[in-house]
Write a protein that binds this ligand. Structure first.
Ligand code: F2R
Ligand code: MG
Ligand code: MG
Length: 314
C-alpha cells in the first residue's frame, strides 16, 4: 500500500473515533433522536468535547508508541495517569483503575470486577482502534494484542471478544481500498468463521449480515443488534452502521447517533472504522475544527504511523 494512503488512514481512524465519540456524547443514554435534532445541535455547539472513549484511546496509542507494542503494565499506568473523572467513565473501569492505583495488580483488579465475572462492557472495544492500526498487517499479533489491551480492565470473554472483533474490523478497513467497494461479506465471513469465539458474537454478526441484505428500520436494528453499553450490544451494531454507510463518514456518524442508547461509543467505533477505510480527507472539516484536542489526536495518529513505518522498513 502507498505510504501516504496508509498515513491518511491512521489519521482518519483516530480523529474519526474521537469525532464520533464527541458528536455522540451530546445524546448518550437517549432514545428517539431525530437527524434534524443532531444536525441542529452540531451547528450550535462551539466545541466537540470528547469522553472516556477517546481519553482511553489516546492512552492506548501513547503506550503503543512508547513501547512499540501493547505492554499491559505501561498501559494501565497510562490509563491511570490520563484519568479525568469528568469524562464519564463506566463504573467497573473506575473501580479497576482505583484498585490498581492502590497497589493491586491489574490482573487481580480486572478479574474481581462484577463479582469475579470480569467486565463485558464495551470499554475495551471503544478504545482498541490503535491496536487495529498498529497490527493491521499481522492478524495473529493483532488478536493477542487486542486481548492484552482488554485484559487490564475487561477480563470477561465477551468484553475481550468485543475488542478483538473491533480491532480486526479496523485492520480490514485499513487494508481496503476505498476506490473499490468494501468487501463486507469477506469481513463478516472472517469474523464469524475465525475471529469470534463466542456464540453470542457469532449470532450477532450473523444478524449483521442478514440486516445488510434487506431493508430494516432503526427499531429493528436496535432490537436485533442492540445499542447498549455491553460489548455484544454495541460492537456488531457499529460494524453494521459502518458497512451500511461505507462511502460516507458523515452519514455513518449521524446514523449511529440516531440509533440512540450508547451513542458516543457506537459512533466512536463507527468513526474509527469509517476513518480507517476512507482516510482523513473524508472527515468534515467543520467537525475537525471543533474537536477538542484535535491537533493533538491527529499528531498522535501521525506518531503511531511513523512508529509503524519505522518497524516495517527495518
Ligand atoms: N459511563 C458511561 N456513561 C454514563 C455516564 C455518562 C454521563 N454523560 C456522565 O458524564 O457522567 N459511558 C462510558 O461507559 C461505557 C464503557 O463502559 P466500561 O468501561 O466498559 O465500564 P464497565 O462498568 O466495566 O461496563 C459498563 C456496563 O456494562 C455492564 N456490565 C459489564 N460487565 C458486566 C457483568 N459481568 N455483569 C453484568 N453487567 C455488566 C454494567 O452495566 C456496567 O456498568 C461507554 O458507554 C462509555 O462511553
Ligand atoms: Mg464515553
Ligand atoms: Mg458510551
Amino acid at each position: 500500500m502507498f505510504k501516504e494512503g496508509l498515513r491518511s488512514k491512521f489519521l482518519g481512524c483516530m480523529v474519526g473515533a474521537a469525532i464520533g465519540d464527541a458528536v455522540g456524547a451530546f445524546f448518550e443514554g437517549r432514545w428517539r433522536i431525530s437527524l434534524e435534532e443532531v444536525t441542529a445541535r452540531l451547528l450550535e455547539e462551539p466545541t466537540l468535547r470528547y469522553t472516556d472513549d477517546t481519553e482511553m484511546t489516546i492512552g492506548l496509542a501513547e503506550s503503543i508508541i512508547r513501547n512499540k507494542r501493547v505492554e499491559p503494565d505501561d498501559l494501565i499506568k497510562t490509563f491511570i495517569e490520563n484519568f479525568d473523572p469528568s469524562r464519564g467513565y463506566g463504573w467497573g473501569t473506575i473501580k479497576v483503575l482505583r484498585r490498581v492505583e492502590r497497589g493491586e495488580s491489574w490482573r487481580e483488579a480486572s478479574g474481581k470486577a462484577f463479582g469475579g465475572e470480569g467486565s463485558f462492557g464495551n470499554g475495551a472495544a471503544m478504545r482498541v482502534s490503535p491496536v487495529g492500526l498498529f497490527y493491521y498487517d499481522d492478524p495473529e499479533g493483532l488478536v493477542t494484542a487486542a486481548e492484552l489491551s482488554s485484559l487490564v480492565t475487561h477480563s470477561n470473554p465477551l468484553g475481550i471478544e468485543g475488542a478483538v472483533v473491533q480491532a480486526y474490523s479496523v485492520s480490514m478497513a485499513v487494508k481496503s481500498d476505498p476506490r473499490e467497494g468494501f468487501r463486507w461479506k469477506d469481513l463478516l465471513e472472517d469474523l464469524i468463521g475465525k475471529i469470534a469465539r463466542t456464540e453470542v458474537f457469532r449470532r450477532k454478526l450473523q444478524a449483521v449480515k442478514e440486516s445488510l441484505t434487506k431493508k430494516v428500520d432503526r427499531e429493528e436494528v436496535v432490537e436485533k443488534l442492540g445499542n447498549g453499553v455491553e460489548a455484544f450490544n454495541s460492537v456488531p451494531t457499529a460494524i453494521y452502521v459502518f458497512l451500511k454507510n461505507s462511502k460516507d463518514f458523515r452519514a455513518a456518524i449521524l446514523d449511529a447517533v440516531c440509533l440512540g442508547g450508547d451513542t458516543d461509543t457506537i459512533a466512536s467505533m463507527v468513526g474509527a472504522l469509517s476513518g480507517s477505510y476512507l482516510g482523513f480527507q473524508a472527515i468534515p472539516d467543520e467537525w475537525f475544527r471543533k474537536l477538542e484536542d484535535g491537533e493533538y489526536i491527529r499528531g498522535l495518529a501521525e506518531k503511531l504511523w511513523e512508529t509503524k513505518v519505522s518497524l516495517i522498513s527495518r
